[in-house]
Design a protein around this ligand. Structure first.
Ligand code: AMP
Length: 546
């Protein structure tokens, strides 16, 4: 027997419809690429998204076509997403921080037909446009007054372009499993892989993200997604915020500490999210200028491990609750968030920080297991670590145009490439990427745990740990450190700080001080480049062993 409920496909444009009807006047404030602050609301965003859909159709874009965006977080980018999806086309966010050749590869692989790009990226696009044959038109996200002279094919300013549509358009209707969006992984090896979100997965993910133990956002919130829309589906916030009717503050191109602070303060942001690097810049700015965060209540930190010292500072000095989160492009991207279940809610001080150091527990809609290399499940004792595998309605089942062997195991789980522990209450803690874990004498050492410890030293700005070859142990950890501005430190000072906080055999064999640690386009430490740079580094313990 079938249920007798209505068939109401989970389509993304229903989200902006709901926002316009129920929260139509809620402000959407952006730092525009042109400079000034711009204010609009959900009702207007919906109206202009309809114009985008209608105008795209006029340009020949049809259901299933890929429309690229190369843009910061602004109201125009948001309208574009909804307009593209409402036509049944697919928004394809491209990360401008990728190498040019990668951008070319990705746009060609996706066969993007049209590109919406910010002014910032016109020079970059002019350099590569002759290698992008599939793109028939470039729409520059600006008005006629700011439109530069450009050689880009059929280039037109966005405002003039949508002005050619009156918005008298009905969203297209289709199956909820239709593709809605696309984002390529920023893999550090091999070619990037295309992850394709569906309308259904996006809508379900937005509901999962809003749950009280996830991001727990509501219409009373003012949300600032500092995480760019081109990074892992904006962590769901471009959909979750209108779904719950929260006001939005979009930071545009300026993500430095002073600019982020200005928006947090001026627009009374209550909830924000980004990678640790962004928060490092903000905290430095707050300290240097002796500022406070009176309005901010919660900050989601993920994308790479949130250092304990950062959680502590946000909470103890600024009174802002930290929600440590883990996820990946392939998971839309949320996988776990570290809210406190009743079992841990009464903890305080260091014991509470110990739990917040974990990446958290999966919400409904994400199932997890850890296994050994042969696929055997490992216990949830908080100590045993193994390959982290996940499944759920907003987890990828295949990559775009990849027909090779499937990427799921027999039970439908996807191997995340991360290594993790699970504790008895279901909290997951990442110990490493499977390719970054240091294999010393057949045992595994977590590079992330060592990094977290090292950045707790008051003189350390950033730390990375890599395995370097060792004649006796195969690999031993090398600690690479960037000191805070104006600081000096000796190797023994750092190692002394780490002593007694980790097992003796985890202690890095050497420390090197560098000016800068290389990062990937999504702000993660680029371990491949570090491994390359230090591949001939001779550890003092290696000399002794020979
Ligand atoms: P991306 O698809 O670019 O978001 O990258 C996903 C990867 O980032 C994950 O597989 C993890 O290796 C890493 N990652 C994301 N969040 C965290 C976190 N909170 N702690 C440690 N690693 C993380």
């Amino acid at each position: 027997m079938q249920g007798l409920m209505q068939d109401w496909p989970l389509l993304c444009h229903r989200i902006i419809d709901h926002a316009a009807i129920q929260h139509g006047a809620r402000p959407v404030i952006s730092r525009s690429v042109e400079g000034p602050i711009h204010t609009t609301d959900y009702a207007t965003i919906r109206k202009r998204a309809l114009q985008v859909a209608q105008r795209l159709e006029k340009d020949g874009i049809r259901q299933g076509d890929r429309v690229a965006t190369l843009a910061w977080n602004t109201w125009r980018h948001l309208e574009s997403w909804y307009g593209i999806m409402g036509l049944g086309a697919i928004y394809h966010t491209i990360n401008p921080r990728l190498f040019q050749d990668q951008i070319v590869w990705i746009a060609n692989h996706a066969e993007d037909r049209l590109m919406l790009a910010d002014l910032t990226f016109v020079p970059l696009l002019e350099r590569i446009a002759d290698k992008l044959p599939s793109i028939e038109r470039y729409v520059i996200l600006t008005d006629a007054a700011h439109m530069p002279a450009t050689t880009l094919r059929n280039a037109v300013p966005y405002e003039s372009w949508i002005a050619e549509a009156d918005g008298d358009f009905a969203w297209r209707s289709f199956d909820e499993n239709t593709a809605a969006g696309m984002c390529y992984t920023s893999g550090t090896t091999g070619n990037p892989k295309g992850v394709v979100y569906s309308h259904r997965s996006n809508v379900l993910h937005s509901m999962i993200a809003a749950l009280p133990d996830s991001m727990g956002v509501a219409s009373r919130d003012v949300i600032m997604p500092v995480v760019p829309m081109f990074h892992a589906n904006c962590w769901g916030l471009a959909l979750t915020s209108p779904m719950v009717g929260a006001a939005l503050v979009m930071p545009g191109p300026k993500l430095d500490g002073a600019s982020v602070y200005e928006l947090l303060n001026d627009y009374r942001v209550s909830f924000t999210a980004a990678v640790p690097t962004v928060w490092l810049m903000l905290l430095q700015h707050l300290e240097a200028s002796n500022l406070k965060l009176p309005y901010l209540k919660r900050v989601v930190i993920g994308g790479s491990a949130c250092p304990r010292a950062m959680t502590q500072k946000f909470q103890d000095v600024y009174g802002v609750e930290v929600i440590h989160a883990w996820g990946m492009t392939e998971m839309s991207p949320l996988g776990s968030l570290c809210s406190l279940k009743p079992e841990y809610a009464d903890l305080s001080g260091e014991a509470r920080l110990d739990i917040q150091n974990k990446q958290g527990h999966p919400p409904f809609g994400v199932e997890m297991k850890i296994t050994d290399d042969s696929g055997r499940e490992l216990p949830w004792d908080g100590k045993t670590f193994g390959r982290l595998k996940v499944r759920g309605p907003s987890v990828t089942r295949a990559y775009f145009k990849e027909d090779g062997p499937g990427i799921l195991d027999e039970q439908g789980f996807f191997d995340t490439g991360d290594v993790a522990t699970m504790d008895p209450y279901g909290y997951m803690q990442i110990t490493d990427r499977s390719k970054d874990v240091i294999k010393s004498g057949g045992e595994w050492i977590s590079s992330i745990e060592l990094e977290n410890l090292a950045v707790g030293h008051p003189k350390v700005a950033e730390a990375a740990v890599i395995g370097v070859p060792h004649p006796k142990w195969d690999e031993r950890p090398l600690l690479v450190i960037v000191l805070k501005k104006g600081e000096t430190a000796a190797k023994d000072e750092i190692l002394g700080f780490m002593q007694d906080k980790i097992a003796k055999w985890w202690m890095p064999d050497d420390v090197v001080f560098v000016e800068e640690i290389p990062h990937t386009a999504t702000g993660k430490i680029l371990k491949t480049a570090l491994r390359d740079r230090f591949k001939d580094h001779v550890l003092p313990t290696a000399e002794a062993a020979e």
